[in-house]
Design a binder for this molecule. Structure first.
Ligand code: SAM
Length: 276
């Protein structure tokens, strides 16, 4: 009988958020695959768990996967954790989960904290439909390009950000989405200096610029989606222009021009186009 893989969420700051079932699982398994074994050793020690720790991070995930799968095929039960929150959410583990499922191993979640969901739950922005964008690129040009790709997105947007780049990213968001777009900056959730600021992107930049304490720690940035009517109208216009241009131009050129004229995202026009 193959073993099992438990994907176990750990706290994002407050140790009280480790669930009783997560604790029971971490105490029961033979092996814990962890992003940073030193960090997880401290967590396990705090709760009296003594499982063997195996490092699984972005640089060794491919090789470690094979060994962990072999262990589970021999019947061992493995828990996967990351440094904080839910594994695979801007954290390693995707390859291992995919390989385990392909090998017929049961993969079972032990859910818990996730910074994106914790932030969304207190942001007061529409939460019925949202898009998780994770970390933005570190270079401003690539970051703006990524933001531009979602400028017409009507669903609420969720980003992760670090203290090094919070201001630069917020400035780029204000430049691309518009200074008045409402947003929320959730900092140090569940920790001593937890702060949730809301306002337009412009006011958030000013507030965080003015207070260096607000630039410290870990951040989730949540941005209100584009107004539905705008994005819908732009997309409809873009599609009409694209259809007209396509009879005269190669599809990629037609999509680029149609996007430029209408303001609709180029990829959406290209993707929605009926086959020739
Ligand atoms: N897997 C984690 C999760 O479930 O949220 C996320 C890991 S990712 C490497 C780390 C990023 O998550 C941080 O840079 C920050 O953007 C966000 N984050 C983690 N803990 C946070 C907290 N306590 N408050 C605000 N954001 C946090």
């Amino acid at each position: 009988m193959p073993g099992r893989l438990h994907v176990v969420a750990t706290p994002i700051g407050n140790l009280g958020d480790l669930s009783p079932r997560a604790l029971e699982t971490l105490r029961a398994v033979a092996v814990v695959a962890a992003e940073d074994t030193r960090h997880t050793r401290q967590l396990l020690a705090a709760f009296g768990a003594t499982a063997k720790l195996v490092a699984l991070h972005e640089h060794n995930e491919a090789e470690q996967c094979a060994q962990l799968i072999a262990r589970m095929m021999r019947g061992e039960v493995v828990a996967l954790v990351s440094d904080a929150g839910t594994p695979l959410i801007s954290d390693p583990g995707f390859r291992l989960v995919r390989a385990a499922r392909a090998a017929g191993i049961t993969v079972s979640p032990v859910p818990g904290a996730c910074a994106a969901i914790a932030a969304l739950s207190v942001a007061g922005l529409a939460s019925d439909r949202f898009v998780f964008e994770g970390f933005l690129p570190s270079k401003s040009s690539a970051r703006r390009e990524r933001l531009q790709a979602v400028v017409h997105e009507a669903r609420t947007l969720i980003f992760y950000e670090s203290s090094h780049r919070i201001l630069d990213s917020l400035r780029d968001m204000a430049a691309v989405f518009g200074a008045q777009r409402p947003a929320v900056v959730a900092r140090e959730l569940t920790k001593h200096f937890e702060t949730v600021l809301d306002g337009s992107l412009e006011t958030l930049v000013a507030r965080i610029e003015a207070d260096s304490d607000q630039q410290r720690g870990e951040f989730v940035v949540i941005v209100e989606g584009a107004p539905e009517s705008d994005s819908g109208a732009e997309l409809a216009l873009g599609r009409r222009i694209f259809t007209a241009l396509r009879t005269h131009l190669p599809p990629s050129q037609a999509a680029r021009l149609a996007a430029e004229i209408s303001g609709a995202p180029r990829k959406a026009l290209y993707r929605d186009a009926p086959p020739e």
